[in-house]
Write a protein that binds this ligand. Structure first.
Ligand code: THU
Length: 130
């Protein structure tokens, strides 16, 4: 199954009663394994947990740490970009040249590198004193 198909499939499982906006994410790691996640909202924090965070948590729980490719799918006229927090989470586990595909069910697509998704990213180098 393609990453796009896997993202569409997990998107159906999203719990989004507040926004009614379902998002699905599928990522492939450097080992070739695929992990998926959907957004999960709650009444106290209606924005809930993003689909990207869910897929990354599943990857980490399986002991994997290296994203090789990631696809985000939503039902929107334009491809939906990961939120700011998710950009930092993706950058934690993906090299700058890793490809992030934003896709909509309508067929719109945008492909962007992790470096372009989070320019000027905060990294461990910023914590070095010398
Ligand atoms: N959302 C995601 O899961 N990923 C994104 O890339 C953008 C937004 C979710 C969070 C919330 O459940 C809903 O979409 C509306 O913001």
């Amino acid at each position: 199954m393609s990453l796009y198909d896997a993202a569409c499939k997990v998107r159906e499982m999203a719990y989004a009663p507040y926004s009614e906006f379902k998002v699905g994410v599928a990522l492939r790691t450097s080992s070739g394994a695929v992990f998926t996640g959907c957004n999960v909202e709650n009444v106290a924090y209606p924005e809930g947990t993003c689909a990207e965070a869910g897929a990354i948590a599943a990857m980490c729980a399986a002991g994997e740490r290296e994203i090789a490719e990631l696809v985000v799918v939503a039902d929107s006229p334009q491809p939906v970009p990961p939120c700011g927090g998710c950009r930092q989470k993706i950058a934690e586990f993906a090299a700058p040249d890793v490809r992030v595909t934003m896709a909509s069910l309508s067929g719109a697509r945008q492909i962007i590198s992790v470096a372009d998704l989070l320019p000027g990213a905060f990294g461990v180098g910023h914590m070095e004193k010398f």
